[in-house]
Design a protein around this ligand. Structure first.
Ligand SMILES: C[S@@+](CC[C@H](N)C(=O)[O-])C[C@H]1O[C@@H](n2cnc3c(N)ncnc32)[C@H](O)[C@@H]1O
Length: 282
């Protein structure tokens, strides 16, 4: 432990290696040594709040029987990068509602659409999907849908479940959709909340992609969004997780990845139909 002028505690190499091996093994997230100062800045407050004087003490505590019951969960909340936005990579939602769903119904007869937002962070992605689906339904009255949203971090799932956001957060949402899908807080004009009937459309669940079983049925989903999550994993882990997603997709179903992610060089049963949009083909 060497407190600096700013009172930040520095992490010794051994503790960093112990923590990064744990995070990679249990959560898939790569933590090269360049991430050390990022980790220190995220964990410092927690170490001090626990009244501990070094990262070694902190790691001994979180990996103890007592730590495993509680604090270890909060560590993943601090380590994950949860950056997200409403209508992030908006062409995906346009493609979904303006091109894919109509064709999918014609080809497969399916109009009860099951969607999974995998790695949903604080909810902006699943609520964007709700808006896209509700708008689609206006001209396609026979379509129904259900939406599962999952993340490994319980902190972001709680935020997503509440559906309360700073008003600036909904800047990317078109004006008519803002009016239809959000309520302004009466007590704090800087906050908005997703209307209850749309919050109810989403079922939230904690799922860690490194687990053997995700607790969801095989061949259950028509569409899986897993965007800007796999970039934190190494290639073999990405390939393993994508193959697992495929086992949960119906034939002909879609996987959306983030714009900087790809399946190049992977042995996965997917065909690219758009940049970062893939169709599951058995
Ligand atoms: C950058 S956010 C992406 C959010 C959203 N999909 C988007 O594109 O805006 C990545 C999310 O992946 C989650 N995540 C990281 N590792 C995970 C794992 N092993 N299992 C499930 N979710 C994970 C993080 O907690 C975080 O909320």
């Amino acid at each position: 432990m060497q407190p600096s002028l700013q009172n930040t505690m520095s992490m010794d190499v051994e503790s960093f290696e112990r923590l990064s091996s744990f995070v990679t093994r249990d959560y898939g997230i790569k933590l090269p040594s360049t991430k050390k100062s990022m980790l220190e800045s995220r964990l410092n407050k927690k170490v001090r709040a626990l009244g501990l004087n070094s990262y070694k003490e902190f790691l001994d505590y979180i990996f103890s029987d007592e730590g495993k019951q509680g604090e270890l969960y909060h560590v993943v909340d601090l380590i994950t990068t949860n950056k997200t936005d409403f209508f992030r990579e908006a062409d995906h939602f346009h493609f979904l509602s303006k091109e894919f769903l109509g064709k999918y119904k014609t080809e497969t007869g399916r109009n009860n659409i099951k969607i999974w937002s995998a790695g949903c962070s604080s909810g902006e992605e699943p609520y964007t999907i709700v808006m896209a689906m509700e708008e689609y339904k206006k001209n396609n009255l026979d379509t129904t849908y259900s939406l599962l949203a999952s993340d490994v971090s319980t902190r972001v799932i709680q935020t997503a479940f509440l559906g309360i956001y700073d008003i600036d957060k909904i800047d990317p949402v078109p004006l008519d959709l803002k009016r239809n899908y959000f309520l302004r807080s009466k007590s704090n004009p800087k906050l908005v909340r997703v209307k209850p009937q749309y919050r109810k459309k989403v079922q939230f669940k904690r799922i860690n992609f490194m687990d053997n079983h995700y607790g969801v049925s095989k061949a259950e989903y028509d569409i899986i969004f897993c965007r800007n999550v796999l970039i934190y994993f190494d290639k073999p882990t990405q390939e393993r997780v994508i193959n697992k997603f495929c086992s949960h997709l119906k034939p002909g179903g879609l996987l959306f990845l983030g714009h900087s992610e790809s399946i190049i060089g992977m042995n996965v049963p997917l065909r690219q139909i758009r940049p970062t949009v893939y169709r599951y083909e058995e």
